[in-house]
Structures are given as C-alpha cells and as structure tokens.
Design a protein around this ligand. Structure first.
Ligand SMILES: CC(C)(COP(=O)(O)OP(=O)(O)OC[C@H]1O[C@@H](n2cnc3c(N)ncnc32)[C@H](O)[C@@H]1OP(=O)(O)O)[C@@H](O)C(=O)NCCC(=O)NCCS
Length: 146
C-alpha cells in the first residue's frame, strides 16, 4: 500500500469511490476540488499497484484535527486501508502538535464506529437528527499521545 497526498487529477477517481456508497454524504467532484483550495485541508489517497483503494480528508485546525471523510473501495475493505490512512493522519497530528482528533459518524454506520473504536476514538457526544433531519451523529474523539 502506498499513501500520498491526493492531486487534482485524482478527483474523478475520488468521486467515483464516493459514488460506490449511495447513502454516504458525498462531496462530489466540485466539493473535493474545493478542498484543494483550503490551506488547512489534507486529502490523502491510498494506492495498491496503481489502483486507488481509498482516501481520507481532514482539516488541521490546531490544536485539533477534524476528520471529515474516509472512504475505502468496496472491493478493498477489511484489508487495513482505513487503518493505514488514520495512522498517517496520526503522524500529521503529532507533526502539527494537535492533541485531539474529532469526527462525526452516523449512528447507524456500524463498520465506521467499529473502526474508530478499535483505533482508540471514544464517544464524546451526540447530535440528534444531524443527517437529513433523521439519523443522529455520534461525536468521537481521540486524544493523541504527547
Ligand atoms: C468504514 C470503512 C472506512 C472501513 O474501511 P476498511 O479499510 O475496511 O477498514 P480496516 O480494514 O482498516 O478495518 C479496521 C477495523 O475496523 C473494523 N471494521 C471495519 N469494517 C467493519 C465492518 N464492516 N464490520 C465490523 N467492523 C468493521 C474492524 O474492527 C476492523 O478490524 P478487523 O478487520 O481486524 O476486524 C469502510 O467500510 C468504508 O469506506 N465505508 C463507507 C464509507 C464510510 O462509511 N466512511 C466512514 C464515514 S464516518
């Protein structure tokens, strides 16, 4: 697996990955492109032998990192790609002296909640009717080691 910063030419492939998950709130090509305009926004892509496996986007908002999106291709799941991307995010947190990583996840997204729990994120709150005025958002946080 190779992880590197995503490039503008990757945008169509990133959007195609989002489209594999119809229920997942997607940015689409224009939303993904907008992230390249923000100095504090980082998009990392994970590849295997030239094939895009997934990506992560986060904002470095010192002293916090906000994890906005992580998507792995359906055919590449359960092989550690998301774990590897969050591991890279942790390196950014340390380098930027960010003590906390925050995220929101749909209460019904059991795979994602399991992933974050395994990686040390704790539930710190809940926003009712956050998604489409229906599903709650679970707020999770990881405190990074100094
Ligand atoms: C959630 C998601 C990112 C996980 O990606 P992944 O690369 O398959 O995750 P990993 O292989 O790194 O899994 C690490 C751990 O997470 C948990 N996990 C991941 N998928 C799971 C599933 N479907 N069911 C239960 N636990 C799961 C397990 O604990 C797993 O460890 P294990 O395989 O040793 O049991 C992926 O399913 C995905 O892209 N989903 C659609 C988009 C999405 O919902 N993103 C999160 C939005 S907040």
């Amino acid at each position: 697996m190779l992880i590197r910063r995503a490039r503008r030419e990757d945008i169509p492939a990133l959007a195609a990955l989002e489209a594999e998950n119809p229920g997942y709130p997607a940015w689409g090509e224009s939303g993904l492109a907008a992230e390249f305009e923000k100095k504090f926004s980082v998009t990392l892509a994970v590849w295997d032998e030239g094939a895009l496996l997934g990506f992560i986007n986060f904002w470095i908002l010192k002293p916090q990192i906000q994890l906005n999106s992580i998507v792995i291709s359906v055919k590449a799941r359960r092989a550690g790609a998301a774990t590897a991307l969050i591991g890279k995010l942790a390196e950014y947190a340390v380098k930027n002296a960010c003590a906390e990583v925050d995220l929101e996840v749909n209460e019904h997204n059991a795979p994602a909640i399991a992933l974050y729990g395994k990686l040390g994120f704790k539930v710190v709150g809940r926003r009712p009717k956050f998604y489409n005025n229906s599903d709650a958002a679970v707020l999770m946080r990881k405190t990074m080691q100094a």
